[in-house]
Design a protein around this ligand. Structure first.
Ligand SMILES: [Zn+2]
Length: 285
């Protein structure tokens, strides 16, 4: 994880178990806010089986007893004098959040600080459980096999398995690209030879009318997919995993929107039909 752009929700929902973050002074301050978290976060609740708002509670209550964290002077005191001392004594932390619908629906995160390095050592529910729930909506588009692969990819990434997770995602991305390719294939202006000879970034550009515009705009980010498996490193795969996952979800979300739009259109047509049916004059016998 990159500690410069670290967001609290990433630490909870994206950081895999046993992933490490080196603590520098800037991150230590941020860490206090995370460990004593009392704010709200919108996340998927496995208990409710839908999105909910979670609130931090009862977190890091023993930190600098008697010193209010609200005043600027005490904040400064904590930062300059007490923070490194505190982390050198207390090493294991649990951050607790509860669902706004049901206070028995908890999310728990455990962190361990060792030699100035923060390690995520536990989480409930697991990243896999949360991810699998949020992927369910894509099953109707991906079909059983690809959907199982998507789950496997996310599950492996949650365990910090880079190469394996990445290859599953690559297969899904290729499959979605091939769907777009099939749609355009019948177009008489289409140059199949040019497409087949092009690197992935160019293929994305050629399929631009059948892919989300944002993805086409950022197509250079996907140059990694031109590499052969033996050229990829674990670290590189883990770094690019979120990019590829988001790209896949971007394509799938567009398809979901299309399906919803079609359904609405059909409903509208049906209601028009019903209306004109009713307006028809009754035949006289
Ligand atoms: Zn809940």
């Amino acid at each position: 994880m990159d500690n410069k752009t670290l967001r609290i929700e990433d630490l909870f929902l994206k950081m895999p178990l046993y992933d490490k973050l080196e603590l520098n002074s800037a991150l230590e301050y941020k860490l206090v806010d995370i460990l004593r978290f009392s704010g709200q976060l919108d996340m998927f609740c496995v208990g409710c089986n839908k999105e909910s708002t979670f609130t931090g509670f009862d977190n890091l209550t023993d930190y600098v007893p008697g010193v209010a964290y609200t005043s600027n002077a005490s904040k400064l005191m904590e930062r300059v004098f007490t923070l490194p001392k505190y982390f050198s004594h207390k090493k294991v932390f649990t951050v607790k959040l509860k669902c706004s619908r049901n206070e028995n629906h908890l999310m728990l995160f455990n962190f361990y600080i060792k030699d100035n390095i923060l390690i995520k050592i536990g989480q409930y529910p697991s990243l896999m459980d949360i991810a699998h729930h949020s992927l369910k909506k894509y099953k109707r588009i991906l079909g059983t096999d690809r959907y199982a692969e998507f789950n496997r990819a996310v599950g492996l990434a949650a365990l910090n398995v880079g190469l394996g997770s990445f290859i599953y995602l690559k297969r899904i991305f290729d499959h979605l690209l091939e769907d777009a390719h099939k749609e355009i294939f019948a177009d008489e202006k289409w140059n199949e030879l040019e497409y087949l000879a092009s690197p992935l970034q160019k293929r994305i550009a050629l399929l631009k009318n059948h892919l989300p515009p944002y993805l086409v705009e950022k197509r250079d980010m996907f140059s990694i997919l031109n590499k052969d498996v033996h050229e990829l490193s674990e670290e590189e795969c883990l770094r690019y995993f979120p990019v590829l996952q988001n790209a896949i979800e971007c394509i799938l979300d567009e398809k979901l929107i299309e399906i919803t739009r079609d359904l609405k259109r059909k409903e509208l047509e049906k209601s028009f039909d019903n209306l004109t049916e009713k307006k028809k004059p009754v035949k006289k016998k």
